[in-house]
Design a protein around this ligand. Structure first.
Ligand code: KG4
Ligand code: ZN
Length: 334
């Protein structure tokens, strides 16, 4: 079964063709990060305009790369949320138009669930029960996964998402947007123990995350100083180490009371090599599944892949053409 996936939740516009939930026949992707770089964060109106310009050329590109014609496509899948409302609407309206014009079923999927699925995509049989960790620009979630589609939220951020914290720290360090990869790059030459930064503890739920305090500590370490590159590297390394140590600590705590045969990770922050090394050191006996590089940032292959399972689960029923975009989706109702 071939599913056309559409992704437009934030600043990436993407189209993919995916066979049987696993095999990526084509991926076409465009990012508007270059525009947002000037503002140091996402400018929603400009993201929407870029989605509108990019989406149809990307559709043609994907069809051409895969050498697929519309009659070979079995369904149209789209990320229905969470995300920026205007951005979501571009993907949703395109999906509905194609569904109507080509007479194909429509499948709306949850973008955050798709991030987790990206790490399962290459596996024949995922290992359940498991823990899941979504680490992106918009989301920080720790979940118990009973099976595909059955999740129990364990912890989330009470303020900034982890990727957002990286992006804000990057701005403080004078690095370009999106800042995560730049913080990682300069952190390689820094001393991770130079600054005693700590991510926040959340009293109400010890598995929740808080990154706004550490961002303020970074601000105090930088403010009013003319820092040398070596000093900036120490700040980046110390910030990164503190945040990842906090993630690992909360994951370890969750493991003490949540049965898990594996840990599935998703989202753009998973590109960070220090994160991967630290988790491998902390959890030597737990199978860790990371998304492949092309599937960690926002992409449409994870949407088309996850949609395959959702579609079979509901016996190939189409969503209605009234399907609405959902800027926020409670984790419990994945
Ligand atoms: O998953 P994603 O494309 O977007 C959302 O769904 O939100 O993730 C983008 C985020 C950005 O905040 C970016 O700075 C961060 O992932 N990121 C990284 C790295 N690569 C991307 N953060 C830390 N280290 C990296 N290497
Ligand atoms: Zn995402």
């Amino acid at each position: 079964m071939i599913i056309l996936g559409i992704e437009s939740t934030c600043d990436e516009t993407a189209i993919a063709l995916v066979k049987d939930g696993k095999t990526i026949l084509a991926q076409a992707i465009a990012s508007s990060a270059d525009i947002h770089a000037k503002y140091g964060g996402i400018f929603p109106e400009l993201a929407c305009r870029r989605h509108l310009e990019a989406i149809l050329p990307l559709l043609h590109e994907a069809l051409e790369t895969a050498k697929i014609t519309p009659d070979q496509i079995d369904a149209i899948a789209v990320a229905k949320g969470p995300g920026l409302v205007g951005a979501l609407l571009v993907g949703m309206q395109t999906a509905k138009g194609l569904s109507l014009a080509w007479n194909k079923p429509l499948i709306g999927v949850n973008h955050v669930e798709a991030h987790l699925y990206a790490a399962m995509m290459e596996q024949e049989t995922p290992l359940f029960p498991a823990l899941g960790l979504v680490l992106s620009g918009g989301h920080t979630l720790l979940l118990a996964i009973e099976s595909l589609g059955k999740y129990r939220p364990l912890g989330t951020t009470v303020d900034d998402a982890i990727g957002e914290a990286f992006d804000k720290v990057a701005i403080l360090l004078g690095l370009p947007y999106p800042g995560g990869p730049h913080v990682e790059r300069i952190a390689r030459h820094g001393n991770p123990h130079r600054h005693p930064f700590r991510a926040g503890k959340v009293k109400k739920n010890p598995l929740d995350f808080s990154f706004s305090g550490i961002k303020t500590s970074v601000l105090y370490a930088i403010q009013g100083k003319n820092l040398l590159d070596t000093e900036k590297a120490d700040i980046a390394a110390s910030f990164q180490e503190a945040v990842f140590t906090d993630l690992a600590g909360k994951t370890a705590l969750a493991l003490t009371h949540t049965p898990a045969q594996a840990l599935y990770l998703g989202g753009g922050v998973c590109n960070n090599q220090r994160l991967r090394i630290l988790f491998a050191e902390k959890f030597p006996h737990l199978p860790l599944f990371w998304p492949p590089a092309l599937l960690s940032l926002d992409n449409a292959a994870m949407i088309g892949g996850l949609a395959y399972h959702k579609f079979l689960e509901r016996e190939k029923r189409s969503d209605s053409l009234d399907l609405e975009v959902l800027p926020r989706i409670p984790i419990a109702s994945f």
